[in-house]
Design a protein around this ligand. Structure first.
Ligand code: AMP
Ligand code: MG
Length: 501
């Protein structure tokens, strides 16, 4: 490892911070200065993202080890931890807060959007409780890979600007190398941020936060007759859409606590997340999810549960009459199911090449999923190979191989061909459209694990680099990376994932 980067001259990389959260009432946050580390080393810097943020990429790359470790605080930063509460596996905790994340500040990106820049793993904050404020390198690499992969898949997610090794150990079940990830988010406001204020009975604070969120994330609502009800509805819409998109790529978040549910509608916190290999709606990877609360197919219902917790916090703002406020909230929450179903069905129909609407479409989608489940077919490969089958039955072979009982998929394929025969597009056009929604590459759990092992055990980041490269273009075939499309060998299979906190 080349540690020459640590011998810094005074860093000069300027960041044009414009911090609005720091101006919100004092109890919303607490000052938190990163704790310097001994030997920081920049392992990854996301140049395109830096440019999108309007930052000086050359200067940041040069000074990255110091800045992205928290050793040097760029001018204009106002480092703070955000206060939030949260339901963790259903249990309410009135104060969590950023225990190992420090918001450096906000910038206005090249599209005029306000974005948070946050260091995760940069040391203790007033909210650290018994934690050390640190992150192990493994979870840093995992978050980098998966959050960037989600972006490339077209799914709203926080981004990764940089990853650093600290040169210091962190103590978990075993001693691990420490890391810091620099995360970029539309904001880090969560359902739990609202719950924090609601639990204190702070209606004035709730109004301030709700107005701030409307302004920052839902500006179309401004001037609405009932802006807070409109906020609940808009947040529900984004959450329903987000979770539908997760399901369409086989993503399992793993820890959908209300403190890990961003009000912006971005995917946030990539702790024990994982992707399906074989399709199984009850699949759980997270070691701490013993009851399967956050199983793959439970996610839509949990999204609704989280949105109900959000709506609850705003009851005092929804109507002066308590019973009317409850009615309005209930109606909004009841609307989640239909919204989710519409997004999910549209997504799944696109995956099987359907653009028009017919009564039997839901059954057709469900029929494929049932056959996949019975045959333990790989989720990603099934849909990608279906794109080849769309070009004609000559393309069926590789798809049939995924099904232990090929007759099962044959029966479905004939029903599907009858249905797609009534679609207006040509077979080639249908296949091309399907390839834009059915990725060839997802961040397979075993590949992430291999990349982490090589980095942690041998200081070898080449697998991490390769994985980031291939996942940047998930919808392209990339023959030289063909091995990355494959499911794990039995010996490679990842059975459990860990939060890594
Ligand atoms: P998570 O479920 O991992 O998002 O974290 C839940 C809560 O635990 C949040 O308030 C985190 O800030 C806090 N936390 C997790 N790991 C640490 C750590 N190593 N040090 C301090 N706080 C932590
Ligand atoms: Mg969290």
């Amino acid at each position: 490892m080349d540690h020459s980067q640590t011998k810094q001259q005074k860093p000069v990389a300027p960041i044009a911070f414009d911090n609005s959260y720091a101006r919100l009432p004092a109890h919303f946050h607490a000052a938190a200065v990163p704790t310097p580390v001994s030997e920081p080393w920049l392992i990854k810097f996301n140049r395109p993202l830096a440019e999108e943020l309007g930052l000086d990429a050359d200067a940041l790359e040069r000074d990255g080890a110091a800045i992205f470790s928290g050793n040097v605080i760029p001018e204009g930063a106002e480092p703070l931890g955000m206060a939030y509460a949260g339901h963790q596996f259903g249990q309410f905790v009135p104060l969590l807060g950023d225990g190992r994340a420090i918001l450096l500040g906000e910038v206005i990106d090249s599209n005029g959007k306000r974005r948070d820049i946050q260091l995760k793993g940069a040391g203790k904050t007033p909210y650290s409780r018994r934690g050390d404020g640190r992150a192990a390198l493994g979870p840093v690499l995992r978050e980098y890979i998966v959050s960037e992969a989600m972006f490339a898949l077209g799914i709203p997610a926080t981004r990764a600007l940089a990853a650093v090794v600290t040169g210091e150990p962190v103590y978990r079940e075993r001693v691990l190398p420490g890391g810091v990830i620099t995360r970029v988010a539309a904001s880090h406001i969560r359902v739990g941020t609202f719950q924090f204020l609601a639990a204190r009975g702070d209606t004035d604070g709730l109004k301030v936060l709700a107005d701030y969120v409307i302004d920052r994330h839902y500006p179309d609502i401004k001037g609405h007759e009932r802006p807070y009800l409109a906020l609940v509805e808009a947040a529900i819409e984004r959450q329903a859409s987000l979770i539908a998109r997760w399901l369409c790529v086989g993503f399992i978040h793993g820890v959908m606590n209300t403190d890990n549910c961003a009000i912006s509608g971005e995917t946030i916190d990539f702790g024990p997340c994982a992707f399906l290999d074989a399709y199984d709606p009850a699949k759980v990877f997270s070691s701490i999810d013993r009851g399967g609360r956050y199983a793959y197919a439970s996610q839509p219902a949990i999204g609704q549960w989280n949105m109900a917790r959000f709506a609850e916090t705003l009851l005092p703002l929804l109507d002066a009459e308590a019973s009317e406020a409850v009615n309005l909230a209930n109606d909004a929450i009841a609307g989640y199911g239909a919204r989710f179903q519409a997004h999910w069905l549209a997504g799944m129909k696109a995956k099987i090449g359907l653009q028009t609407e017919e009564d039997g479409d839901l059954d057709l989608v469900q029929g494929l999923l049932n056959a996949m489940h019975r045959n333990e077919a790989d989720f990603t490969l099934t849909f990608r190979r279906l794109c080849d089958a769309a070009e004609g039955s000559a393309g069926d072979g590789p798809l049939r191989e995924l099904f232990a009982n090929a007759a099962d998929i044959d029966a479905w394929l004939s029903a599907w061909r009858e249905r797609t025969g009534r679609e207006p597009l040509s077979d080639a056009q249908t296949a091309a459209a399907m390839r834009t929604v059915n990725p060839a590459f997802i961040p397979r759990n075993h590949r992430i694990e291999q990349a982490i092992r090589a980095a942690e055990d041998d200081g070898d980041f080449s697998l991490f680099e390769a994985l980031n490269d291939v996942l940047a273009k998930p919808y392209e075939d990339q023959p030289k990376f063909a091995a990355y499309a494959a499911p794990p060998q039995p010996s490679e299979e990842v059975l459990k994932t860990f939060c890594g906190t």
